[in-house]
Design a binder for this molecule. Structure first.
Ligand SMILES: Cc1cc2nc3c(=O)[nH]c(=O)nc-3n(C[C@H](O)[C@H](O)[C@H](O)COP(=O)(O)O)c2cc1C
Length: 252
């Protein structure tokens, strides 16, 4: 493992883009998909990043589990970056608290607004608004990378206003508790060709192709990668997504 690592989780590429851009800015940084990482193994890196989206005003369940289990060296400099579509809520605060409870210090927390990808609630934003977000991302990453390089402490983004806290408290637990079974809501239509892109793009390897059709194995994070990446738009969430424009970050 390199001295500088970034653990990332990404369904549609926004967080991967941010992770890659920070890694490029820092230099000599290893990128590790959390879906491929054994949480019990020791993390020897001295500079550790966690880059992931916001889900339901909190962190994805895989990130909360990582914060509960990660085995780090006491002196490591740890930073977190949350990508979000509209309201980041308590995603950064929750991870900070989880780490603090284990006597691990989160040194810096940042948020970067990116195109929203929650197709269960809305379709893809138009191209112009996506390009605006990507331009802002570049500027934010430059600032963040500068701070990380100098091991700065900056936890301002982990402060949450009352609306963010209320959304988190009211909705996060309700929606995310049974997240692994959310794939029971997915269906495929007759346009599915069994191409396997959903299987390859699932960051937690929750899909296999059997008899030329995807099968979900109830280890879902609700990242909606399978819905968004399907070239035939053949995967849907109940009856909510049929007419919605798909979103995939084309920069990665
Ligand atoms: C299940 C789910 C829940 C989401 N909840 C929120 C949210 O509470 N607030 C927000 O601003 N964005 C929310 N989003 C949007 C994502 O955080 C945002 O688009 C993110 O950049 C996607 O990152 P990715 O491309 O790396 O997967 C949600 C997306 C999904 C799939």
């Amino acid at each position: 493992m390199k001295d500088s690592v970034i653990f990332y989780f990404s369904g549609t590429g926004n967080s991967l883009q941010v992770a890659k851009d920070i890694a490029d800015g820092l230099g000599d940084t290893e990128l590790i998909n959390l879906g491929d990482f054994d949480f019990d193994s020791e993390i020897t890196a001295k500079r550790i990043g966690i880059v992931a989206p916001v889900y339901c005003w909190g962190p994805p369940v895989i990130i909360a589990r990582f914060a509960e289990k990660m085995q780090v060296n006491g002196d490591a400099y740890i930073y977190q970056v949350a990508t979000y579509g509209g309201i980041p809520g308590a995603a950064l605060k929750m991870v900070k608290q989880q780490l603090n409870q284990r006597n691990i210090t989160l040194n810096a927390a940042y948020k970067i607004q990116m195109p929203g990808n929650y197709i269960v609630g809305y379709g893809a934003r138009n191209e112009k608004s996506q390009l605006k977000s990507f331009a802002k991302e570049k500027a934010s990453v430059a600032k963040i990378t500068y701070e990380i390089k100098s091991d700065s402490t900056n936890l301002k983004a982990a402060n949450v206003n009352p609306i963010g806290t209320a959304l988190f408290v009211k909705i996060y637990k309700k929606l995310m508790t049974d997240v692994h079974n959310q794939d029971k809501n997915f269906n495929i239509n007759s346009d599915c060709t069994g191409c396997g892109i959903c299987e390859k793009s699932c960051p937690v390897h929750n899909i296999s192709i059997e008899d030329k059709k995807p099968v979900w194995h109830h280890n879902c994070e609700l990242c909606v990668s399978c819905i968004q990446h399907c070239p035939k738009e053949a995967i849907n969430f109940n009856d909510k997504t049929q007419n919605r424009k798909r979103y995939v970050n084309k920069n990665v």
